[in-house]
Design a protein around this ligand. Structure first.
Ligand SMILES: CCCCCCCCCCCCCCCCCCCCCCCCC/C=C/C(=O)SCCNC(=O)CCNC(=O)[C@H](O)C(C)(C)COP(=O)(O)OP(=O)(O)OC[C@H]1O[C@@H](n2cnc3c(N)ncnc32)[C@H](O)[C@@H]1OP(=O)(O)O
Ligand SMILES: Cc1cc2nc3c(=O)[nH]c(=O)nc-3n(C[C@H](O)[C@H](O)[C@H](O)COP(=O)(O)OP(=O)(O)OC[C@H]3O[C@@H](n4cnc5c(N)ncnc54)[C@H](O)[C@@H]3O)c2cc1C
Length: 665
């Protein structure tokens, strides 16, 4: 707890129990407790310091990442941390590194696509870090189009081996995290060729480096692909390039849970959907949605606290100036982002539940929910990461000039976050996947097939195509049924419009191609409906704690009405609401902002972030921003000497030369 709390007055105006809101945010009292312990463990350990990160060279930063990962692992073993604790520890260390790909993709790929025997062989090695793995799918020439990958794995029945080869420059693996310098192994995605036939993309476990001296194995060429956007940020990760020159691996290193190649070279596909090959991506996409709320809430926490501290204009007769948080424009930019952080948190929890449910069904050979899992993970990943990336940049602007300083934490947060819009599936490509599923669902409505899961609302097509909103006052927009109906009608009508337009094209494919910008918008509308629905459902639950439910209700309404206001064109064009009802929604939004204002600082306190994790002089818990900014400046390497390096070489001669010229005049 801070000695002087410059935000005390703000905290005193909160109309709810912050400790209980922490529970609502974290999911349970236990979760608050564990997160608290792990955050403090990291914050108090000098190895995990990160305040100097943006000043390290790439080499220093990478070595720092190796050191942190090794130290984290040592602490995990020493303290016998559970998986939940270790995961949180990794979050609070807050530095992308090979460990993420090892645990986040290499291990899940083996679990999801390996046979029991393969899991038995490889997982214990991976769990104890006796091998380090990465996920080598993307190539120089193809990322989004997985079916277009060129690396080959050709079965040689003479030796019972696969020959892994990179036939072209564009087939070089390019981007895999952890590949550049750290990994000893990779799950490599390659075209399986046996008996002269190409069976498409399959996964193979390939050793890349010696377990003795880390040198690349014969036939393997690999390295780092170079510096990336921003200082610090994702440059701690060794995204890599990899080429194979006829590298041989035993047949049993093909991941064989979904399909097999026999000793004789026969290809056998198990009776399961081939899309299960994409299972690791689905898993990571759902975890990226949970991460979005973390990144967004960090940025919002910084911007809210700083906006409460920062004062500009408005002083009369020597009185205090206005806190920038009191400006309505600041509120209308910031509070929707605060509401979005909560919205993403709850939809992330729900998605995690859905993923677990689908996984259990798959274990029981029930594949009926695979499409739902794909649509929800792809769509929510796309919408939450795009909004979060834009929101971090908006928070930087909300902090004025100081937001542009590295010490605000926002530039690095943006730089580290923004690739989430691209990795694990480019957001546009993923939204088009959602759109395809929407079009398929619309086309099946005519046959009477009832849509299920998050598409179930489409079954109310007769009603939703012609319903008219009953809202007649601003307060009417506080009714969740009014919101739900407007969002359902908008999403359905946009999808049906697209389907009608596509049906007029020469072919389905051509229509889809021509209408893809509209399809993107229809997909976004569908995903926003899911987020709104899950927030409304959350607020309907019993939520303990004085005032907590009321605050969440207000934030839910802010989220929904902000989206409605922002996408008013959609709602009007589809005739779901009238211009007057749109104006009433905006009126209600303004009232809600006033309701959020006295609670704003407490609502970001409920994220329960340590100053270490926030990494921002502007977002400090105690609000003592100015001395921290001032002090931080002096730590810059440029300030190590009063007279800068280069003065004698470049500045002095220049000044002297000009002085000489002037004296000659
Ligand atoms: C310093 C550190 C210190 C810390 C120390 C700690 C110590 C250790 C602690 C340990 C503790 C544990 C820690 C845990 C850590 C976890 C971390 C997790 C985070 C991970 C970090 C993430 C980093 C990100 C890295 C990035 C990785 C990547 O980017 S990998 C590459 C991703 N690539 C893509 O996403 C490609 C996108 N493209 C595609 O997905 C597909 O090609 C396509 C979907 C776009 C098209 O495919 P295709 O052409 O085959 O298909 P069609 O369009 O024709 O569709 C056919 C039908 O298939 C259906 N379908 C498509 N996809 C799927 C699917 N996935 N599932 C189901 N169905 C699918 C589609 O709907 C069609 O169906 P119909 O035929 O129409 O019915
Ligand atoms: C930081 C980072 C880490 C990564 N880590 C890994 C990793 O560990 N392992 C791994 O295998 N890969 C990794 N990747 C690669 C990543 O998965 C791909 O970059 C991503 O899937 C996008 O593919 P692409 O680069 O081919 O983009 P492209 O598909 O070339 O995209 C270029 C543009 O084309 C558009 N576009 C593409 N296809 C279509 C379409 N059908 N319709 C309309 N528009 C389209 C896109 O919207 C985009 O605007 C990583 C990438 C980054 C940035």
């Amino acid at each position: 707890m801070a000695e002087v709390d410059h935000l005390a007055a703000e905290r005193a105006t909160a109309r709810f129990d912050v400790e209980e809101m922490k529970v609502a945010w974290a999911g349970s009292r236990h979760a608050v407790h564990v997160a608290d312990r792990m955050a403090r463990l990291v914050a108090s350990d000098p190895v995990f310091r990160k305040d100097n990160r943006t000043m390290l060279s790439r080499k220093e930063l990478f070595k720092d990442t190796l050191r942190k990962a090794a130290h984290a692992w040592k602490r995990i073993v020493e303290l016998r941390l559970t998986e939940e604790e270790a995961d949180l520890l990794r979050q609070y260390v807050d530095q992308p590194g090979y460990v993420d790909l090892h645990w986040g993709m290499f291990v899940p790929a083996i679990k999801g696509q390996g046979t029991e025997e393969q899991q038995h062989k490889w997982l214990p090695l991976a769990y104890k870090f006796q091998i380090i793995g990465c996920y080598a799918q993307t190539e120089l020439g193809h990322g989004s189009n997985v079916q277009g990958l060129e690396t080959t794995a050709t079965f040689d029945p003479k030796t019972d081996e696969f020959v892994i080869h990179s036939p072209t420059l564009t087939s070089s693996k390019w981007w895999p995290g952890g590949l550049g310098k750290a990994s000893t192994h990779a799950v490599v995605y390659a075209r399986l060729i046996t008996e002269g036939k190409d069976y498409g993309i399959h996964g193979f476990i390939v050793q890349l480096r010696s377990l003795e001296d880390h040198s690349p194995l014969p036939g393997v060429t690999l390295g780092d692909i170079g510096g990336k956007f921003g200082s610090g940020a994702y440059n701690s990760m060794d995204n890599g390039v990899l080429r194979f020159d006829h590298v041989r691996i035993p047949r049993d290193q093909m991941l064989m849970r979904l399909s097999q190649v026999t000793r004789e070279g026969k290809y056998v596909h198990s009776n399961v959907p081939k899309q299960l090959l994409y299972g690791t991506m689905v898993y990571v996409r759902q975890s990226i949605v949970a991460d979005a709320s973390k990144a967004l809430s960090r940025a919002v926490c910084i911007a809210v606290r700083y906006s409460a501290v920062r004062k500009q204009f408005g002083s009369q007769d020597g009185g205090p100036e206005t806190q920038v948080l009191n400006y309505k424009t600041q509120q209308s930019r910031l509070f929707p982002l605060l509401a979005s952080a909560y919205a993403f948190r709850f939809v992330g929890d729900w998605l995690n539940w859905l993923y677990t449910d689908v996984t259990q069904k798959l274990e029981a050979k029930d594949f009926s929910t695979l499409q739902e899992a794909h649509a929800c993970t792809a769509g929510l990943k796309a919408v939450t990461t795009s909004v979060t990336a834009d929101a971090i940049e908006e928070c930087r602007k909300l902090c004025g000039g100081h937001g542009y300083l590295n010490s605000s934490g926002l530039p690095e947060l943006f730089a580290v976050y923004v690739p989430a819009c691209t990795y694990e599936g480019d957001n546009v490509v993923l939204l088009l996947q959602v759109a395809r599923i929407l079009m398929k669902t619309v086309s099946q409505l005519a046959s009477g097939k009832q849509p299920v899961g998050t598409m179930a609302y489409m079954g109310k097509v007769q009603y939703l195509m012609q319903c008219k909103s009953a809202v007649s006052s601003a307060e009417d927009w506080l009714n969740p049924d009014a919101i739900q109906e407007a969002f359902e009608a908008r999403a359905l009508r946009m999808a049906v419009n697209c389907a009608q337009n596509i049906s007029q094209a020469a072919s389905q494919e051509e229509g889809f191609y021509e209408r893809s910008p509209d399809l993107l918008e229809a997909a976004v509308a569908h995903i926003q409906l899911i987020i709104v629905t899950k927030f409304i459902e959350k607020v309907h639950q019993e939520i303990p704690g004085h005032g907590v439910k009321e605050q969440l209700q207000a934030l839910c309404n802010v989220y929904a009405l902000y989206i409605l206001h922002k996408h008013l064109g959609d709602f009007l064009a589809t005739g779901c609401i009238t211009p007057r009802q749109g104006a009433l929604a905006n009126e209600q939004l303004g009232k809600l902002y006033a309701q959020v204002r006295p609670n704003a600082v407490a609502l970001v306190d409920a994220f329960n972030y340590t100053d270490h994790y926030l990494g921002s002089v502007l977002g400090r818990y105690d609000g003592d921003v100015y001395p921290a900014l001032y002090e931080e400046a002096w730590k810059d390497p440029l300030n190590e000497t009063v007279v800068p390096e280069g003065y004698h070489e470049y500045l002095r001669p220049l000044i002297k030369q000009q002085q000489l010229k002037l004296s000659r005049l």
